[in-house]
Design a protein around this ligand. Structure first.
Ligand code: TMP
Length: 289
């Protein structure tokens, strides 16, 4: 008889108890923590948690179902989002690793977690835009959907209290958030990722409007290099269906359009991560969380 024991809402234990053992004995469940060590939480963000990894220099990145917008002003838990983002981000980061574009990604561990290299996060959101949308369209009075004269890179300083203000290369180097050489590496990484993602999504009928990445410093002995960190998923890309112009990204949540998980699943299916009609990510036997 399979039984599921729940430990203060987070950890889970699956105990398969054989019927013949159960018949004649009094079963006492040990407290989960007596044989399961609680992992050390390093950082909790709006959509992800970082835990200490199994080896020095590694971390476990956990994808939550939480969706936020407007710097946390709007918040909802959307069942299945974390699982889809974990799979989509795994797919993209694996392909980038294969192409020699350095990332923090090592491997996916389970439905919600991936093993990553520990990096020193550079406090910048690096935004690459191909088509006017979102804050750029508002700021410059552009019609959303207008192709930009060329791809544009913008930087925001990561500071929730300040609302992640847009900053220039001057601010970044003057305040020492990144050196000029690091900024060159970040920009060339951003351009290569944009080229790759544009082609990847175009191949499955999706236009990459814009996206946001974060980078980190990876220390290897005496060497340091800039690598892609965080995640790439419909949470931090704008993805429009090429034919219908349907939004297939987090704007569905920001703009209250609904159907977020359905569209993320469609992105995953088109990329070949999920086979058509595969509902395995959000239905079927469910873990107690
Ligand atoms: P924006 O048009 O709102 O400035 O967003 C540009 C891109 O960056 C868009 O793909 C969404 C993404 N983004 C994030 O991933 N996180 C953020 O906090 C913000 C503001 C934007």
């Amino acid at each position: 008889m399979p039984m599921i024991a729940r430990n203060n809402g987070k950890r889970l234990l699956f105990c398969v108890i054989l019927a013949h053992e159960a018949r004649n004995s009094t079963l006492v469940f040990p407290a989960a923590d007596s044989f399961m060590n609680r992992r050390r939480k390093i950082y909790e963000g709006k959509a992800k948690i970082l835990f200490e990894g199994p080896e020095p220099g590694t971390l476990v990145q956990y994808f939550k179902d939480d969706a936020t917008a407007g710097n946390g002003a709007k918040h909802e838990v959307i069942d299945g989002k974390g699982v889809l983002n974990n799979r989509i981000s795994e797919f993209v980061f694996s392909k980038l690793n294969d192409l020699g574009i350095p990332t923090h990604f090592l491997r996916r561990i389970n439905m919600r977690e991936q093993l990553i290299k520990e990096v020193e996060i550079i406090p910048l959101e690096v935004i690459v835009r191909n088509v006017a949308a979102g804050s750029l369209a508002k700021r410059l009075g552009l019609e959303p959907g207008t192709r930009l004269p060329r791809s544009i890179i913008e930087f925001c300083y990561k500071d929730d209290a300040l609302g992640d203000p847009m900053v220039s290369e001057e601010h970044i180097t003057a305040f020492g958030w990144a050196t000029p050489a690091e900024l060159d590496d970040i920009m060339s990484l951003a351009v290569r990722i944009n080229d790759f993602l544009t082609g990847l999504f175009m191949g499955v009928g999706i236009q990459l409007i814009d996206f946001k990445i974060e980078c980190g410093r990876l220390y290897e002995g005496d060497m340091m290099r800039i690598v892609l960190a965080d995640e790439i998923s419909p949470d931090n890309c704008r993805l429009w269906d090429i034919k219908t112009r349907t939004k297939m990204d987090k704007d569905r949540f920001r703009e209250g359009l609904g159907g977020l998980v359905e569209n993320y699943r469609e992105v995953a299916q088109r990329l070949g991560i999920l086979v058509e009609n595969d509902n395995a990510l959000t239905t079927g036997p469910r873990l107690v969380q």
